[in-house]
Design a protein. Structure first.
Length: 382
């Protein structure tokens, strides 16, 4: 006997008006306007609150004390704990991000992830690993940020073959600096293997970035960070991305990587399509502020922002959905757009399905502000 649930008076970020959502056996079965909704006894009434799938984090470097580049086979239980923690934080899926390190370390971490239950068949109430994001090692040394210079690599087909090894199927996103190889062979190689190319840690001019987009790059890694600023004579990588159709940019909304005023400017320039939130969370995600090891160095975490001792930004320890609340509090965009930035937009950036019939009903309810803080959320059990 199938189990079913009906949700009434829900708002979806991509639709006008209130809708009814039917769930059967844990899958979304139908979505209809309330004006044509079927009568349903015992329906869950959201009273105008928003409904979404869980968040998708495309850039997360670790958690609960474990940095993903340090993964070894004995870390599988910790990796599963991270998956459970992320699910509790409203995240349905994530892309463990491997920052620049020795190629042997990359291969070791990729092997662990490929064998993880979170990648193959995650247990209930655990965020799924959807693939790996390689942030490096083919980055511009002048914009390396916190990436160790000794492990940076040139961008070439040969380098990519060495970096990917036997694990290309696990890698779904790769951040690179396009000016390191302008012929397009590297981007074409990645795209031929189903890997989304994201531009970042780069000094690319607008012309070089546009060329990379024409060659198949579709994303930008942490907008404004580790790239030239917008300039009225040379808009650079970010400027090129903002005017190029079907290009997406990740954004860290902790207020330190990009100030709230610049976030407002960014959203006005891009509109409600083309931007998605990332946590860029490091190993201390889920731990208190303090000083923690990071490769052979130390990072200092204060109020959720991580820096090297010289002040270089290294990432955050904020969970993804905290960025939604920040966007709402700072009046960067509408609540619906803020919710979409963590849930719908990352899926669109990678061509993944959003809240629609046939999808698992892993749902979040977001307050419209009537009974709880605007933008606060809770998981629905349906």
């Amino acid at each position: 006997m199938p189990t079913s649930c009906t949700i009434n008076n829900a708002r979806l970020s991509d639709r006008d008006g209130l809708v009814q959502v039917e769930v059967v056996d844990g899958q979304i079965a139908a979505i209809a306007p309330m004006s044509t909704a079927k009568p349903a006894a015992d329906a869950l009434d959201l009273a105008g609150d928003w409904l979404s799938l869980g968040g998708l984090d495309l850039q997360i470097n670790g958690g609960l004390g474990l940095a993903f580049p340090d993964l070894r086979s004995e870390h599988q239980p910790v990796l599963t704990k991270i998956g459970r923690y992320l699910w509790e934080q409203g995240v349905d899926g994530f892309y463990p991000t491997l920052v620049t390190t020795a190629i042997a370390n990359i291969h070791r971490a990729l092997a662990v992830i490929a064998a993880s239950p979170l990648y193959r068949e995650p247990p209930p109430q655990t965020a799924r690993i959807l693939g790996v994001h390689l942030e490096g090692p083919c980055l511009n040394p002048a914009k390396r940020g916190a990436h160790p210079p000794e492990h940076l690599q040139p961008l070439s087909v040969e380098t990519l073959q060495q970096v990917l090894g036997d694990f290309a199927a696990v890698v779904k996103i790769m951040t690179l600096a396009p000016e390191l190889e302008t012929g397009g062979e590297a981007i074409a190689t990645l795209r031929s293997q189903g890997i989304t190319v994201s531009l970042g840690h780069s000094l690319a001019t607008a012309a070089q970035a546009e060329q990379a987009f024409q060659q198949g790059a579709t994303m930008v890694t942490h907008a404004f960070n580790a790239m030239p600023p917008l300039h009225h004579r040379e808009p650079g990588l970010l400027g090129a991305a903002l005017v190029h159709p079907n290009t997406w940019a990740g954004v860290i909304a902790d207020g330190q990587h990009v100030c709230p005023t610049m976030l407002q400017l960014l959203w006005r320039a891009a509109g409600d399509r083309g931007l998605f939130l990332v946590s860029d969370a490091l190993a201390p995600l889920g731990l208190p502020d303090g000083t923690y090891p990071w490769d052979s160095r130390q990072i200092e975490v204060s109020q959720g922002t991580a820096r090297l001792p010289d002040g270089t930004l290294a990432g955050t320890t904020w969970p993804l959905l905290a960025g939604v609340q920040n966007l709402v509090n700072w009046d960067v965009c509408s609540p619906a757009a803020a919710i979409a930035a963590a849930t719908t937009a990352p899926r669109q950036a990678l061509g993944l399905p959003d809240l629609q019939p046939g999808q698992p009903a892993s749902l979040l309810r977001w307050s419209s502000g009537a009974t709880a803080q605007l933008g606060s959320w809770q998981r629905l059990t349906v």
